[in-house]
Ligand binder design. Structure first.
Ligand code: MRU
Length: 359
């Protein structure tokens, strides 16, 4: 997608064997490209959220394994790299999915073949993500078209939470891909962008990418969605997911559950867009079984933003000395989800609904 009119992806290999990323901790204030040369660099980039979003951290982990194999292709190095990458963020299953897929293929190869194979697999996973997200866009745009058909000549209002756009994937995004395809189709739409405290992926990243693509949008604080729904100002909700159980419960950025409750109470459709690699087929109860990342409380008590002169500053916004807890995700039960949009179609949020997907 576009930054300042130029097409970009979030991650790409270089001719020297390094991997470059857009450093998302610097957006929207600066577009900074960072080179990852080593496994350590990849682990740091994932854990500090220079790259973030479930599909993208899976892709980044695949490239991290390639960087690890470049340095040492032994069994011990492969196992250690997989363990460290999986531990870098716990909730999104795409990361473990990518590590397991690459590790299984490399483990069957002689050491001399592993580096080239790891780069090839990372390339494949990257391209597959682009194709899957575009398909999610096509399938989800049909839902937006259906909403548009109910109010001819009027703008479709979509509420999204966090950032499940192209910055959370390699390109296109999951929840925002249908919006970009709907825009291509000429459907008039407007996006309510949840700010998404404490890291503000909505205000910083979703608003940035929608603005760069020319999509009409408005940033709202996280507690506004219910009010908008009560007043008929949201036609549908469209969010991403970090892990979906086989029964259709879905973990996504903290606060998603409350939006789904408000949507259900107001008869607003609540759709989740994600590639099939986000489904954890081993789990049946999202609330009980999905591991929820807890991050540093300083992300709650402090905020970083741009000063008038363009420099960045971090300020404390809380009472000094008060502790803060910082859960990164929550789980929305299947009963509150209207449908899942994947690269394979639109599916009811139930074991039967998801059961036809490849696994
Ligand atoms: O903590 P983040 O920024 O990695 O969380 C991102 C989200 O919760 C997204 O909604 C989710 O990963 C889906 S991304 C297509």
């Amino acid at each position: 997608m576009l930054i300042h009119g130029q097409p970009f992806r979030t991650i790409w290999p270089t001719a020297s064997g390094a991997v470059e990323i857009i450093d998302q901790t610097r957006l929207p204030h600066a577009v900074v490209i960072v080179a990852l040369e080593t496994l350590d660099d990849a682990v740091e980039a994932i854990s500090t959220m220079r790259v973030r979003g479930a599909p993208l951290i899976g892709v980044a982990a695949a490239w991290g394994l390639a960087l690890a194999m470049r340095a040492d292709s032994s069994d011990a190095a492969l196992t250690d790299a997989g363990r460290r990458l999986k531990a870098s963020r716990p909730t999104a299953v795409n990361l473990a999915w990518a590590v397991d897929r690459v590790t299984a293929e490399l483990a069957a190869l002689p050491l001399s073949a592993r580096e080239a194979a790891a780069y090839g697999l990372a390339h494949d996973i990257t391209e597959e993500d682009v194709v899957a997200c575009r398909r999610i866009g096509e399938n989800g745009a049909d839902l937006i078209a259906a909403a548009a058909a109910l109010k001819p000549g009027e703008v479709v209002n979509i509420l999204t939470h966090c950032n499940a756009g192209w910055l959370a994937t390699v390109d296109w995004g999951t929840a925002l891909a249908p919006i970009y395809v709907a825009q291509e189709r000429g459907i008039p739409l407007h996006v309510w962008v949840d700010e998404t405290r404490p890291r503000n992926q909505g205000a910083a990243l979703t608003a940035f990418e929608l603005g760069q693509q020319g999509v009409d949008h408005t940033i709202i604080v996280d507690n506004v969605g219910g009010h908008l729904m009560q007043h008929g100002r949201v036609d549908l909700c469209l969010v991403g997911a970090d892990r979906i159980t086989r029964t259709g419960d879905a973990a996504n950025k903290i606060g998603t559950y409350l939006k789904a409750l408000a949507a259900t109470d107001n008869g607003v459709d609540f759709h989740i867009a994600a590639p099939a690699s986000t489904i954890d087929w081993t789990l049946t109860d999202g609330v009980a079984q999905i591991p929820i990342e807890e991050r540093d409380g300083a992300e709650v008590t402090h905020m970083t933003g741009a000063l008038a002169d363009g420099g960045l500053a971090t300020v404390q916004i809380s009472a000094p000395g008060s502790p803060a807890v910082n859960f990164g995700f929550d789980v929305t039960p299947a009963r509150l989800i209207t449908s899942f949009v994947t690269e394979h179609g639109v599916h009811p949020a139930s074991e039967a609904g998801l059961g036809s997907l490849p696994h």
